[in-house]
Write a protein that binds this ligand. Structure first.
Ligand code: C5P
Length: 308
């Protein structure tokens, strides 16, 4: 353990994400699927306050429905704190106070953001000073999306989605999110995709494992008009099979002026790409007027950051 200064209490903020592109390859022997994905961190956040404690404890509140969040060892933030303590030989504990702004089981990596925030918070609280590489390695052990929540910005993810390469993205992209009351289970959505592919025989699944050059160019140029037609999510068909209402919501947003709409990750949150802030405000208002819960966010934003 290094001699870095310990803190009394810390506040870390970590963002939710959208998969601007999510190409899913075959299921691997470890149960994960090979991915070629592009993440973008967006301005919807998890706030984690960590304070010294003898044991490990957790409280969860937020602007979204948090009733589905486990408070025991299934909680990824708690697992992150314990993993770091074990890894660094820390004998003290931590109390984590999580305030969620990212929908639970929404396909936006909220649980992963909690875990990333908990790693950064405990690293500061305990003075373990792991550095970006050390934190990344622990993050990857916690879940496929956790490294990106540390990293933030816009990045290409390969492997399970945890091998990251930063992608250049100029300017800002405006997104309108449509939230769902009922979440979707990520492993179930991946499983449904496998079933769909078995039925349709998708031997060519690996051909999807490349992010289109046009998509990277559109991000680099900050050009939402160019980005819209090349966005793709292989999990969308599986999510929609479970939730046919998503198809209607996707059509609604585009009719109201979004450039395109995509299911975020394993869903059910939908992300509509809009031409700019003004267009996004209009789409958000119209979606809300027709009974959808809609939020206007922008990306890219930084990954988990120590605020206090
Ligand atoms: O890594 P994480 O715990 O977030 O993944 C949740 C589940 O999603 C995995 O157990 C797996 O079923 C599925 N998954 C997958 N391939 C990936 C990422 C996730 O099959 N690359």
């Amino acid at each position: 353990m290094s001699m870095a200064r310990r803190a009394d209490a810390v506040h870390v903020r970590a963002p939710g994400k959208i998969n601007v592109y999510l190409g899913v390859g075959p299921r691997r022997d470890d149960g994960y699927h090979a991915l070629a994905t592009v993440f973008q961190a967006v301005s919807l956040y998890e706030d984690v306050h960590a304070s010294p404690s003898d044991g490990f404890s957790l409280e969860v509140s937020g602007s979204v429905d948090v009733s589905g969040v486990p408070l025991d060892d299934r909680n990824l933030a708690l697992r992150a704190a314990k993993l770091l303590a074990q890894h660094a030989g820390v004998t003290e504990g931590v109390h984590l106070d999580i305030r969620k702004g990212v929908p639970v089981a929404g396909g936006m990596g909220g649980g992963s953001a909690d875990a990333a925030a908990a790693l950064v918070a405990c690293d500061a609280l305990w003075g373990t000073d792991l550095g970006p590489r050390g934190l990344h390695d622990l993050a990857a052990r916690l879940g496929a999306d956790v490294p990106f929540a540390l990293h933030g910005g816009t990045a290409v993810g390969t492997g399970r989605g945890d091998e990251l390469t930063p992608a250049l993205a100029r300017g800002r992209f405006d997104w309108v999110l449509v939230l769902s009351e009922q979440g979707l289970s990520t492993p179930e959505v991946y499983g449904r995709l496998d079933e769909l592919r078995d039925d349709a025989l998708a031997d060519d699944a690996t051909s999807l494992l490349e992010v289109p050059v046009a998509l990277l160019q559109a991000l680099r140029a900050g050009d939402a008009q160019e980005l819209a037609p090349v966005m793709l999510n292989d999990l969308e068909a599986a999510a929609v099979l479970d939730r046919p209402d998503l198809e209607h919501a996707l059509a609604d947003g585009v009719r109201m002026g979004a450039l395109t709409g995509i299911v975020s990750g394993s869903g059910p949150t939908i992300a509509f790409l809009c031409a700019g802030p003004e267009a996004a405000r209009t789409v958000q208002a119209e979606l809300q007027a027709t009974g959808h819960e809609a939020l206007h966010v922008h990306g890219p934003v930084p990954g988990a950051q120590l605020l206090v």
